[in-house]
Ligand binder design. Structure first.
Ligand code: IMP
Length: 427
């Protein structure tokens, strides 16, 4: 039985968690392949809100095995806390249903401190990272000086490697007058290592054995295509590969095991952090889509609570995401938020320095100058959160979805109309 890859088609926060939660019901394994606790998935089940940063959404289904793949960077202290808080909420989490790749790299307190220092150094040009140590951890990985989760299996060796690493970081922080308490942070990390040891496995073998046995695997993406270190708006990106290739490398499975690549896009655009966003709205319109922050589904970052920048749906970016990832279908989320607009705008091309372009420019600096060219389509006034069948969606909503599907060239068979598990409409 083949695998499905779920990918954010925009700048993250597309609602992948709720889509993964839906698909997990028909999966045997849910595996995350990239990023770390910079991600935040909010899942709403029967009035209870679960906020996940590292553990795949599949954990809320008792039949599912969850995997944290080798492509991830994992803060062991935060992973331990996330497991414990799920356990306290009554969710079963144990080494039988959660495995952590021994090849995944660890985020240390040193990486977190270096992330903050690098952002401070960038001054006005800062990326607006989540300050979770993601960039420095991936730098150590590719620089071949990182610490992998498997090191925690021998806690003594891990303690020594960590101490050496933290002392090196302290050398680098000296000029800033900052330092890490090596003893205290070392002790906290060692405690987390003892806790996590039973979860650490060769997850590539697990996944391939499961595939051979006919299991259905869902590869759950974090972040989104335009935060990809290769294909996103570099340097306003994260340090991992949230796109399709990252799923294969980040889990150690072959391309031929995949038969479905699902892109998840919000019905409008949002972005947190700096970088280009051609369809960004003025604050009055933006705040209408964003909400007040009272509800967890309002447009405020799950990890940092920063207000998200909001804009009209950008089909130039969706076409690019479809090309890079080879989406077999798109799922559109948060369609309900667009109720009440008289008309809606879809960006179909950009104007850059008086030239009309229908694709993403290679240069991020050109992208920063891109002005959207819009097609205006009718809006709808009705609330649609109670709609469960396609034909009950207002005509204008059906037209909005069909127009996106036509202009992007990918079928849309599922839309979400609210945060609850059952607030999905299938065609
Ligand atoms: P980092 O991944 O913390 O290094 O942040 C790099 C950029 O990616 C920043 O603009 C962040 O706001 C953005 N980012 C990272 N993770 C997420 C996410 O899960 N959702 C949305 N934006 C994210």
């Amino acid at each position: 039985m083949p695998a499905t890859i779920l990918i954010g088609a925009q700048w993250g926060d597309e609602g992948k968690g709720r889509v993964a939660d839906w698909l997990a019901a028909e999966s045997d394994v849910v595996a995350r392949y990239a990023g770390g606790d910079n991600a935040g998935h909010t899942i709403y089940v029967q009035g209870q809100v679960y906020k996940l940063h590292l553990i795949p959404s599949g954990i809320l289904h008792s039949h599912v095995t969850c995997i944290l793949g080798n492509g991830m960077v994992i803060n062991p202290i935060n992973l331990m806390k996330e497991i414990q808080s799920l356990q306290q909420a009554g969710v079963t989490v144990n080494p039988d249903n959660l495995q952590v790749s021994a090849r995944a790299h660890l985020i240390t307190p040193g990486h977190v401190a270096l992330d903050a220092a690098a952002e401070a150094d960038r001054g006005a040009d800062k990326i607006g990272t989540t300050l979770r140590g993601i960039g420095p951890a991936y730098m150590d990985k590719t620089g071949r000086s990182g610490i992998r989760a498997g090191t925690m299996l021998d806690v003594e060796v891990y303690a020594q490697e960590l101490e050496h690493h933290l002392l090196c970081v302290n050398e680098g922080l000296k000029s800033r007058g900052a330092s890490i308490d090596v003893e205290q942070q070392g002790a906290a990390s060692v405690a987390a290592a003892h806790f996590l040891r039973p979860y650490i496995k060769d997850t590539s073998r697990t996944l391939n054995e499961k595939l051979r046995a006919g299991a259905r695997i869902l590869c759950e993406g974090a972040q989104g295509t335009f935060l990809d270190v290769d294909h996103g708006d570099y340097p306003f990106v994260t340090s991992s590969s949230p796109t399709v290739g990252g799923a294969l490398t980040g889990l150690g499975i072959g391309a031929l095991s995949v038969d479905r690549v699902i892109g998840v896009a919000k019905a409008f655009s949002t972005r947190v952090g700096a970088g280009p966003m051609p369809t960004e709205m003025d604050e009055a319109l933006s705040s209408r889509l964003r909400g007040t922050g009272e509800n967890f589904w309002d447009e405020f970052g799950t990890t940092t609570r920063r207000p998200r920048r909001c804009g009209w749906l950008d089909l130039v970016t969706l076409r690019y995401a479809t090309m890079i990832n080879g989406f077999s279908e798109l799922v559109l989320t948060k369609l309900d938020v667009l109720s009440g607009f008289e008309s809606l705008q879809l960006a179909t091309a950009y104007r850059i320095d008086d030239t009309e372009v229908d694709h993403i420019p290679v240069s991020t600096f050109e992208m920063l100058r891109a002005q959207p060219i819009y097609e205006t389509v009718p809006g709808w006034s009705e609330a649609i959160d109670a709609v469960r069948t396609w034909s009950d969606l207002p005509q204008a909503a059906q037209h909005y979805i069909d127009r996106i599907s036509t202009l992007v060239g990918v079928p849309i068979r599922t839309v979400s109309v609210g945060p609850e598990r059952d607030q999905l409409v299938h065609r």
